[in-house]
Ligand binder design. Structure first.
Ligand SMILES: NC(=O)c1ccc[n+]([C@@H]2O[C@H](COP(=O)([O-])OP(=O)(O)OC[C@H]3O[C@@H](n4cnc5c(N)ncnc54)[C@H](OP(=O)(O)O)[C@@H]3O)[C@@H](O)[C@H]2O)c1
Length: 256
């Protein structure tokens, strides 16, 4: 069985990736949507409330921040005799707060989910990819914008970028292409939570990125074997930020 795996696919950007793959890749037998809030192993027709419907969508309850996330994912793939065509590592956690106020439990959750879980998935699944398969790593334009109040989150996204660039070279000889994508501001639950926690007018006023366009452009870039993709206006913002000194960005980048 040929599968596409999307982490954090119960809503937001991950759900849109899963949906687009469902529409455009009839050659993929199943699309596995991973999150913490779904019935284990259920197909979407039984999993009420989840966005993607149809017999090809399978919802798996796994927590990317768990120590054994990679092992569990690997044994599930092996148990189902599946090979991977797409792995989209999208699940992440963002919590607003500076070092003086933020509970370390939130910081730990960001590190475990955004960094450890993402890396563990690739290490655990590395022998299970088909030739000409794709990994998409979801980073953020904040990778080039250290942001006080989102310091650990933005650093975790910079880690994904840095790691992803090397990973791409390491996996090239095995026919697995790695593409890193950089969303700007997409109207999702994660974004609404950060706006609420920070009370940031700046963030609220920033233009929203079209989710469908973002996903479409990212999947096209992956199919072309492109290393990085930052679609639309936020791609230009990212290009500008790349040439500015990081300390200046951090001073300007405060959300409140
Ligand atoms: N929205 C933006 O403006 C924006 C900007 C830049 C980058 N991004 C990046 O885009 C990606 C998706 O963000 P989003 O805005 O779509 O967020 P979202 O709406 O909050 O969705 C996050 C998804 O991840 C899942 N998830 C969270 N923690 C998990 C865990 N420990 N284990 C398994 N699943 C987990 C959630 O499901 P459960 O809670 O049910 O587990 C949900 O399906 C993230 O990598 C984020 O950093 C977003």
């Amino acid at each position: 069985m040929r599968v596409a795996i999307v982490t954090g696919a119960s809503r937001g950007i991950g759900a849109a990736f899963a949906n687009h793959l469902g529409e455009t890749r009839p050659d993929v037998d199943e699309i596995w949507c991973i999150s913490r809030s779904c019935k284990d192993g259920s197909f979407s027709k039984k999993a009420g409330g989840f966005p993607n419907q149809g017999p090809r969508f399978r919802y798996l309850r796994l927590d990317q921040s768990d120590e054994d996330f990679g092992d569990k994912l690997q044994s599930y793939v092996k148990q189902q005799h599946a090979t991977i065509v797409y792995l989209i590592l999208n699940a992440a956690y963002a919590n607003f707060g500076d070092i003086n106020r933020q509970d370390f439990a939130h910081v730990n959750q960001m590190i475990q989910t955004n960094i450890r879980g993402t890396v563990a998935a690739v290490y655990s699944l590395r022998d299970l990819f088909e030739k000409n398969s794709h990994i998409i790593l979801v980073s953020s334009i904040s990778t080039v914008a250290p942001t006080p109040g989102l310091a650990v989150y933005t650093a975790s996204k910079a880690f994904i970028r840095h790691w992803g660039i090397s990973l791409r070279e390491e996996l090239k000889p095995y026919g697995v292409s790695v593409t890193i994508c950089y969303p700007g501001k997409v109207e999702t639950k994660a974004l609404r939570d950060v706006v609420k926690q920070s009370g940031s007018v700046k963030l609220r006023l920033m233009p929203n990125q079209n989710l469908k366009y973002f996903v479409q452009r990212t999947l096209c870039a992956a199919e072309r074997g492109q290393a990085e993709v930052a679609p639309g206006i936020y791609g230009l913002v990212m290009a500008l930020f790349k040439v500015l000194p990081r300390r200046a960005i951090a001073r300007m980048g405060s959300l409140v």
